[in-house]
Design a protein around this ligand. Structure first.
Ligand SMILES: Nc1ncnc2c1ncn2[C@@H]1O[C@H](COP(=O)(O)OP(=O)(O)OP(=O)(O)O)[C@@H](O)[C@H]1O
Ligand SMILES: Nc1ccn([C@H]2C[C@H](O)[C@@H](COP(=O)(O)O)O2)c(=O)n1
Length: 233
């Protein structure tokens, strides 16, 4: 695992929220690498729980059964931003949790309030250790509302659909974008019933990346870290 190599950032927590495909994972990993922080992808935790429930043959609509079982799911997150890992027990699920069957089902898990309480508690333990950038949907508001740097990373719907379509289908033509709508917009609609990531909470800085290159977004977040904490790479 990554050692917390930068003494200046040993206690730092950076929180990033935003809708699907706004660039959270990509930007957070790069910022973490620049600052010597660990990187926690909380969406991957919800995906790993989804993977385990389906692997066990659990009906995700049976919210009480899911709630009763979530505490048993042995999710292990590797937080080196250069090579983050996700295991459930000894099984490497990093690729499996990105399959479309998981993307299509994960909101059923993420909208289960007992699951949220369980995963938020695990995420808060990691935040309490410091030296970490955490991204998701409720990090600035619920998991780490006291973090000195809190960012809402947004982009227009069209831009987010195009980014995901390009990533998944290698194209931004009409059929590629249409095939991506469920993964991006339907999921955001479902997820926003339990987490507030469309508007910034008080004190949260907004970065609208619609017209920005990845490098510019990373630079903007690093500037916010410096502005809020005085810490620079
Ligand atoms: N500023 C940008 N300009 C162009 N492409 C971008 C930009 N930011 C991110 N991308 C691309 O958009 C896609 C989605 O980015 P990423 O997976 O980081 O989003 P995300 O917010 O973590 O999504 P999710 O929450 O659904 O996992 C990736 O292919 C990434 O390379
Ligand atoms: N803190 C979080 C992180 C993620 N989710 C939900 C929202 C998504 O549907 C799902 C997977 O996230 P992704 O990998 O696409 O970022 O998990 C959440 O509710 N809270």
């Amino acid at each position: 695992m990554l050692s917390r190599s930068n003494p200046a950032t040993a206690d730092l927590v950076v929180a990033i929220d935003g809708p699907s495909s706004s660039g959270k994972s990509t930007v957070a990993r790069r910022v973490a690498s620049a600052l010597g922080l660990r990187y926690l992808d909380t969406g991957a935790m919800y995906r790993a729980v989804t993977w385990w429930m389906l692997d066990q043959g659990i009906d995700l609509a049976d919210t009480e059964r899911v709630a009763a079982l979530v505490g048993q799911v042995p999710v292990r997150m590797g937080m080196d931003p250069a090579s983050p890992t996700v295991h459930v027990g000894e099984t490497d699920v990093a690729a499996a949790i990105r399959e479309s069957r998981i993307s299509a089902a994960v909101s059923q898990i993420a909208t289960n309030l007992t699951v949220r309480a369980d995963l938020v508690a695990r995420q808060r333990e990691i935040a309490a250790e410091g030296g970490v950038i955490i991204e998701g949907r409720d990090i600035t508001t619920v998991v780490a509302p006291e973090a000195p740097v809190r960012v809402l990373l947004t982009a227009s719907e069209d831009e987010r659909l195009a980014r995901r379509a390009h990533e998944l289908h290698g194209s931004v033509d009409d059929s590629a974008v249409a095939a991506t709508r469920d993964e991006v917009l339907r999921r955001d609609a479902d997820d926003s019933t339990v987490a507030s990531f469309q508007d910034a909470a008080e004190g949260v800085d907004v970065v609208d990346s619609s017209q920005m290159s990845l490098n510019d977004v990373v630079a903007a977040v690093l500037e916010l870290v410096e502005k809020r904490t005085g810490i620079a790479p």
